[in-house]
Design a binder for this molecule. Structure first.
Ligand SMILES: Cc1cc2nc3c(=O)[nH]c(=O)nc-3n(C[C@H](O)[C@H](O)[C@H](O)COP(=O)(O)OP(=O)(O)OC[C@H]3O[C@@H](n4cnc5c(N)ncnc54)[C@H](O)[C@@H]3O)c2cc1C
Length: 404
């Protein structure tokens, strides 16, 4: 039987999404125009009150475009902080580079917003949408394959899907149940996040420092003079600092930010995250695809993991919609291969760039330090290089036609 036989096309295909994080929920809101969508998640799938300790995420222009397309941007924007300056410095060599939206002739470099704000906006939109059914507190326990579909078994349900989407994060159960070969390892670093308030600040500037064992980022957020802190370092150091009193940690932070932040007050608990690298060697099977952290997880130093996961969603939707418009079954392997081809080169390039930055940005030795200093100073002076780097980080390299 020809896999693309038009006689076999199902009028109302069913799409089951395992994992309702930001990537899975965004996929649900885009893919709903292709068929009936069900989202299942081990969590509650209900909006939560915002908390000062919520993790802050950098959102680039491509992600904003996607959120506009699915009608959630206005809810997110209310709590988002646009930034127009980004300063990156190297502690060991003293080199630094500044990205300035004005010089790059763009309105801003992106936004910082809490993860919970985005999740709440997506869940609100899904609540208004009949074509999406949510199963909270539900875990996928087994998978069965049929000739033209795939069945997901949970403790309460048996759901047959024409397309099964795995968006259940770095520790994806679905990826393992489907037997996707995957490369993974733990980074030697962990991440500590917290929220601080300062006396006064340049509230549209983000600041990041590369140090011997990790990076320290200060990201302006919505209210007053607040910053989200993301500090990656060796676990022993972070665990010690986590146990310190808030004033002692505030003094430490002030000293590490070279006095740039004044009168620091730590206003939320300090949370630790283990960091891992995950990359599935293939992204698709017949009737099944991976997206987001389930497909690729990396070090958060460039604040791009979610943004790249959202590009997976845009790419998957674009490929599937084009197939459906040509009366082809978008859930067949031959079609899904187009998604895999489209994403693989970009994802591999992204992962290699992060590995190079993590290794090159923290490595010691005078040769590397000198190279870093020269590289940063040169990039800082040559606008076209900066424009290229900024364009990549803003997601501009990937322009999808994503009308839903
Ligand atoms: C400290 C830190 C800072 C970061 N900062 C940034 C940033 O500034 N910008 C950026 O772009 N990225 C950032 N990232 C990366 C970003 O957080 C992730 O890439 C993004 O959250 C991945 O989203 P996801 O929806 O794919 O996965 P997840 O957010 O992990 O969501 C997975 C969902 O699946 C559910 N689930 C898990 N297992 C199961 C199961 N077995 N059955 C059913 N459901 C299941 C979970 O409950 C969850 O809802 C950062 C990461 C870290 C650790």
């Amino acid at each position: 039987m020809n896999a693309l036989d038009v006689d076999q096309i199902i009028e109302q295909p069913t799409i089951v999404i395992v994992g309702g994080g930001i990537v899975g929920l965004t996929a649900a809101l885009l893919l709903k125009s292709l068929g009936q969508v069900t989202v299942l998640d081990k969590g509650g799938l209900s909006p939560k009150p915002l908390h000062v300790a919520d993790r802050v995420l950098a959102i680039n222009h491509a992600s904003v475009q996607l959120f506009k397309t699915i009608g959630v941007w206005s809810d997110i924007q209310m709590h988002a902080r646009a930034y127009d300056l980004m300063q990156v410095c190297d502690d060991q060599s003293g080199g630094q580079i500044t990205f300035d939206a004005k010089v790059l002739k763009i309105p801003n470099l992106g936004y910082f917003v809490s993860q919970q704000v985005i999740v709440n906006a997506l869940l609100k939109r899904i609540g208004q949408t009949k074509a999406i059914t949510c199963y909270p507190h539900t875990v996928c326990e087994a998978i069965e394959r049929q000739l033209r579909a795939i069945t997901v078994r949970t403790s309460q349900h048996s759901l047959t899907a024409n397309l099964l989407v795995g968006s259940d994060g770095a520790h994806s159960t679905l990826r393992d149940l489907l037997g996707f070969p995957t490369d993974r390892y733990k980074y030697t670093q962990q991440a500590l996040t917290t929220t601080i308030e300062v006396e006064s600040s340049c509230q549209t500037m983000a600041w990041q420092k590369f140090m011997e064992d990790g990076t320290l980022a200060c990201l302006p957020i919505d209210k007053g003079n607040r910053y989200g802190i993301v500090w990656t370092a060796l676990p022993e150091r972070l665990q010690t600092w986590q146990a310190w009193s808030a004033p002692a940690f505030a003094r430490l932070l002030q000293s590490y930010t070279d006095g740039w932040l004044k009168q620091v007050q730590v206003i939320s608990p300090r949370l630790l995250y283990p960091l891992q690298f995950v990359h599935a060697r293939s992204y698709i099977q017949a009737h099944a695809v991976l997206i987001g952290d389930a497909m690729h997880t990396t070090h958060p130093l460039a604040g791009l993991g979610l943004n790249v996961g959202l590009l997976d969603v845009a790419s998957l939707y674009t490929v599937c919609r084009a197939a459906q418009q040509q009366h082809q079954p978008f859930y067949e392997r031959l079609i899904l291969r187009r998604y895999e081809r489209q994403r693989k080169a970009n994802v591999v390039k992204f992962l290699m760039m992060i590995e190079a930055l993590n290794y090159g940005g923290t490595a010691t030795g005078w040769g590397l330090q000198l190279g870093r200093y020269a590289g940063l100073q040169m990039c800082d002076r040559v606008t076209c290089i900066k424009r290229y780097v900024a364009r990549y980080a803003l997601g501009g390299e990937f322009c999808y036609d994503i009308q839903s």
